[in-house]
Design a protein around this ligand. Structure first.
Ligand SMILES: *[C@@H]1O[C@H](CO)[C@@H](O)[C@H](O)[C@H]1NC(C)=O
Ligand SMILES: *[C@@H]1O[C@H](CO)[C@@H](O)[C@H](O)[C@H]1NC(C)=O
Ligand SMILES: *[C@@H]1O[C@H](CO)[C@@H](O)[C@H](O)[C@H]1NC(C)=O
Ligand SMILES: *[C@@H]1O[C@H](CO)[C@@H](O)[C@H](O)[C@H]1NC(C)=O
Ligand SMILES: *[C@@H]1O[C@H](CO)[C@@H](O)[C@H](O)[C@H]1NC(C)=O
Ligand SMILES: *[C@@H]1O[C@H](CO)[C@@H](O)[C@H](O)[C@H]1NC(C)=O
Ligand SMILES: *[C@@H]1O[C@H](CO)[C@@H](O)[C@H](O)[C@H]1NC(C)=O
Ligand SMILES: *[C@@H]1O[C@H](CO)[C@@H](O)[C@H](O)[C@H]1NC(C)=O
Ligand SMILES: *[C@@H]1O[C@H](CO)[C@@H](O)[C@H](O)[C@H]1NC(C)=O
Ligand SMILES: *[C@@H]1O[C@H](CO)[C@@H](O)[C@H](O)[C@H]1NC(C)=O
Length: 540
């Protein structure tokens, strides 16, 4: 009875222990049990994971071995692998369970390959005293991913960067942002997002994020801020004055993203494409405005530059104002013209075969001219670039009008005297002939008469050849064809043309002879006779 009572009292204690065991929550299967703080742990790559763990085993057992394993499949030795003996883990795993029933484990520098389920294993000295804490703890190792709302962002627009991982990073996590490995401490962040409002071109770069307290940065995200070309800047090389023949480089620079395409225009005409337009051996006609067009997909802009090509004087021409024949005592002005850039600053006048210059200025005047001024003159035009001379022009000084008149008067007087002498000679000869030969005189008279009779028209013509009326009559009476008449007309015309006021009388005589020769080309003898008759007629 007493013993039974004793047993009953012991049994009364049992519910207390049970309650205690119930409070333990974990599996109390025969007193065996492993309690993990959580069934799954998500961790960032590179971080350190601590798995909190407690365990229970039935009383009467003595712990032989405790370890962590990563599989619930038995190995050939009929047990699970001990991670502390696995080279993959041995350096990184640490059993922290210093206290009794504490099986906390630490794994450092976790890797993607550490993503497994982990179990705590305990064995006691009793043959069936073995336990594995399954289900275990699932480790989920993850990277940080950076996502953006767009890779190509137009300047002025906004872009949102989001730092993501497969683990649900809590609101308590603080995110750190990097641009090209420099932290952006001044940027405002909201949760795991970085919002770049109204991006500038300087915002272009590689972005990444990190979670404070973790030795892990996200993947990089390249943000490319694109923008239309800036107004191009043109540089001219060499700078400064451009001379004809120089080689000139025009370079157009314009900031743009994507890089701008450059083309060159002169006026409206496209002359080149590419950043540098090379004009080798520039000419004066290259002067003018050049435009550079900078274009990309977002827009275009122009800039212009004006080239001013300077060159030495060209087409230098000396000319005489008025005629080149100048009377003594007159004045004459020579002028020099040329093309040049910059304009000619110095005109110099020279006379051929005179070493020193005779004058300067664009015009050169000689007053009260005399024959010593006759000669060839040229000018030389000079600007900053060079000089060029003209071909020479001739200045011919004629004798004065007075001298000319005097000469003509003297000449006429001399001619008059000669004619008088001839007349006297003929009269004297006639008188001599009349006295000595009467018969011959008849014959001569006939000849004279014949000449007179048959060629009377011609005799008249000789006079009339100077006057238009008589000339016409001659043409009709002789019955000449218009073709043969033409030379006469030319002859007549030339007679009139050559005649000058002073020389009229002497030229008349010459022309009369000319006319006669033309009228009678058929008979040379007769023309001789006619000549004689002509002398008579002209004397008459
Ligand atoms: C593990 O235990 C320690 C204290 O023992 C505690 O600070 C830590 O938060 C626990 N970890 C987890 C994941 O529960
Ligand atoms: C098992 O885990 C629960 C909750 O985490 C805890 O309250 C309890 O004390 C643990 N039991 C043991 C024996 O560690
Ligand atoms: C890690 O967690 C994600 C979501 O929380 C899940 O989809 C994935 O399967 C997990 N990986 C492992 C190895 O448990
Ligand atoms: C951004 O990263 C890419 C490769 O990830 C690299 O080629 C590039 O040079 C980086 N740019 C800058 C500005 O760091
Ligand atoms: C972070 O990781 C790198 C290598 O991945 C290591 O060299 C460095 O010591 C780590 N820093 C910390 C604070 O853990
Ligand atoms: C112009 O450009 C060409 C090619 O780039 C170069 O060889 C030359 O020296 C440049 N000339 C000047 C005047 O800058
Ligand atoms: C060109 O340059 C010259 C000086 O070298 C100057 O006299 C001239 O006015 C310029 N012409 C233009 C069109 O700018
Ligand atoms: C004009 O040229 C002449 C000769 O070349 C020179 O002697 C004179 O000094 C120049 N005058 C000026 C103003 O350049
Ligand atoms: C200049 O002089 C040379 C000989 O010294 C001569 O042959 C030439 O005809 C002269 N020219 C003029 C235009 O006088
Ligand atoms: C011509 O005129 C110049 C002055 O213009 C004078 O020196 C020279 O003696 C004159 N010559 C003659 C032949 O009159």
């Amino acid at each position: 009875m007493l013993e039974f009572r004793h047993i009953r009292s012991r049994m009364a204690l049992l519910p207390l222990i049970f309650l205690l065991m119930i409070q333990g929550v974990y599996s109390a299967d025969d007193g065996w049990g492993v309690n993990y703080s959580s069934s799954s742990i998500c961790a960032l790559k590179g971080s350190t994971v601590i798995i909190n763990c407690t365990y229970e085993y039935p009383t009467g057992h003595q712990i032989m071995k405790v370890f962590w394993t990563n599989t619930d499949v038995r190995q050939p030795n009929n047990d699970f692998p001990d991670l502390s003996e696995d080279s993959e883990y041995s350096q990184r795993i640490q059993y922290l369970g210093v206290k009794h029933h504490d099986c906390t484990m630490r794994l450092t520098d976790v890797r993607q390959t550490d993503s497994h389920e982990y179990y705590f294993r305990l064995t006691t000295y009793k043959p069936d005293g073995k336990w594995i804490g399954a289900p275990g703890v699932t480790l989920n190792i993850t990277d940080l991913q950076l996502e953006s709302s767009g890779e190509r962002v137009i300047e002025g627009h906004s872009v949102t960067l989001t730092c993501k991982s497969r683990c649900s990073l809590t609101d308590r996590s603080t995110f750190i942002w990097f641009k090209n490995t420099q932290s952006l401490s001044e940027r405002t962040d909201r949760n795991n997002q970085l919002i770049l409002q109204s991006v500038r071109r300087e915002d272009t770069g590689n972005y990444s994020c990190a979670v404070q307290g973790h030795n892990l940065t996200s993947t990089h995200q390249y943000i490319n801020v694109i923008y239309a070309p800036d107004k191009p800047v043109i540089s001219v090389n060499p700078s400064g004055e451009i001379k004809e023949g120089d080689s000139v480089n025009l370079t157009c620079s314009s900031d743009a993203n994507p890089p701008a395409e450059i083309s060159w225009f002169k006026g409206e005409t496209s002359v080149a494409s590419g950043q540098t337009y090379i004009i080798s051996k520039i000419r004066s006609d290259h002067s003018g405005e050049y435009k550079c067009k900078s274009i990309n997909e977002l827009g275009h802009k122009y800039s212009a530059v004006t080239l001013n090509v300077s060159y030495p004087p060209k087409k230098v021409t000396a000319s005489i104002i008025g005629s080149g024949e100048i009377m003594e005592g007159d004045s004459v002005t020579l002028t020099c013209s040329s093309e040049s850039n910059p304009p000619v600053h110095n005109y110099t006048w020279f006379k051929v075969n005179k070493t020193s210059s005779v004058g300067s200025g664009q015009t050169y005047s000689i007053t009260n001219i005399n024959s010593s001024h006759s000669g060839w003159f040229y000018c030389e035009a000079q600007n900053e670039v060079g000089s060029q001379r003209s071909v020479a022009v001739s200045v011919t000084v004629l004798h004065s009008y007075y001298n000319l008149l005097l000469g003509i008067t003297l000449g006429c007087g001399a001619l008059f005297i000669v004619i008088i002498i001839i007349i006297l000679f003929i009269i004297r000869r006639k008188q001599k002939d009349a006295k000595t030969e009467d018969t011959v005189g008849n014959q001569q008279g006939d000849l004279y008469c014949n000449v007179h009779a048959s060629e009377s028209a011609h005799c008249e013509d000789h006079y009339s050849s100077v006057t238009p009326k008589g000339h016409r009559t001659d043409q009709t009476s002789a019955g000449k064809t218009p073709e043969s008449g033409d030379p006469e007309e030319i002859q007549y015309a030339s007679v009139h043309h050559h005649a000058t006021k002073e020389m009229k009388s002497s030229e008349e005589i010459d022309n009369t002879y000319d006319n006669i020769r033309n009228y009678k080309p058929d008979a040379a003898v007769r023309s001789n006779v006619e000549e004689t008759s002509v002398i008579y007629s002209s004397v008459k």
